[in-house]
Design a protein around this ligand. Structure first.
Ligand code: GLN
Length: 296
């Protein structure tokens, strides 16, 4: 009888091992490499949240927890899908078929830590939260600012960068010399960003673009009075566009960037936090900010 039980237990272990690791073995276990996926294939769908199997919500209170659905999907498929909008230098910049930049470096480290391949989906910034909640992507890395209303929909990781909304104007504009002068002006922004929300504080005349670079072109052509965008992209825009300058005064208070996973994916959040802690301790984030701010 005892032997019978032992054999049964052993059999169970073997079966479970196959179930757990069988799929992972044909995944890519080498260093993370990037593969592309077409952002346009991302559709809006159900907005379910991540759940630990069996509705176990104990993952974040130190109890023994089961793997989140996000983590199980990543392990099983052998890849993690990073969602971004690759028009936000130095954090994400499209280079041919690749997306490079600070967030791309961080994303590669996350994939490496998990021992899986990295796939990137380059899409509209405004679609990112829906893409995450409908499980088209596994995490958002997009110079993504922590905001209370976003916190209701996604689970943010630790922060990795401080930013501030900055005002770009045409050189020689004497009408706008401080933030308060934006009152009632025509302001260009990237749709759905914190720049967009900041602009609402000053005016009803907001022109929304897919990315800040497009807004900057309209500013240059005189169709806008100002553009509000995060400080680092703003600096790169004025560097590359003669005739545009930054106001000294900022448009809003400081904000902080973090990555975001699905609610319930606390195990994935913990892995990302570990990666971020290592990168911050090693000074890598600043190094990459420097490196990708001087492209061209
Ligand atoms: N930090 C801004 C936000 O989170 C802009 C991000 C972006 O355009 N990629 O809204």
């Amino acid at each position: 009888m005892k032997t019978y039980k032992k054999v049964l237990a052993l059999l169970l272990v073997v079966v479970m091992s196959i179930a757990l690791f069988g799929c992972a073995s044909n995944g890519n276990e080498g260093p993370a490499s990037q593969s592309q996926s077409n952002g346009s294939s991302v559709q809006s769908g159900e907005t379910e949240q991540d759940e630990t199997p069996g509705g176990n919500e104990a993952a974040d209170n130190g109890q023994e927890s089961e793997m989140s659905e996000s983590m199980a999907k990543i392990k099983e498929s052998g890849k993690i899908i990073w969602g971004t909008n690759a028009a936000f230098p130095p954090f994400e910049i499209r280079r041919g078929d690749d997306v490079i930049g600070v967030d791309a470096e961080i994303a590669a480290k996350i994939a490496e830590k998990l021992g899986v391949e990295l796939e990137v989906v380059d899409m509209d910034f405004e679609g990112l939260i829906n893409a995450l909640t409908s499980k088209q992507i596994d995490f958002i890395g997009a110079g993504f600012t922590i905001k209370p209303d976003r916190e209701e929909q996604v689970l943010f990781t630790d922060t990795y960068f401080k930013a501030v909304q900055t005002i770009i104007i045409q050189e020689g504009n004497t009408e706008i010399t401080k933030a308060a002068d934006l009152e009632g002006k025509t302001i260009g922004v990237q749709s759905g960003t914190t720049g967009d929300f900041t602009a609402k504080e000053y005016t009803d005349n907001i022109v929304r673009f897919d990315n800040a670079l497009e807004a900057a072109i309209d500013l240059k052509n005189g169709r806008l009075d100002a553009v509000i965008v995060d400080d680092l992209p703003a600096q790169m825009i004025v560097q590359e566009n003669e005739g545009l300058v930054l106001l000294d005064e900022k448009a809003a208070d400081d904000e902080e960037y973090a990555l975001a996973v699905r609610k319930g994916a606390t195990d994935l959040q913990a892995v990302i936090n570990e990666v971020l802690a290592e990168l911050k301790a090693g000074g890598k984030i600043e190094e990459w900010v420097e490196e990708y701010s001087f492209l061209n």
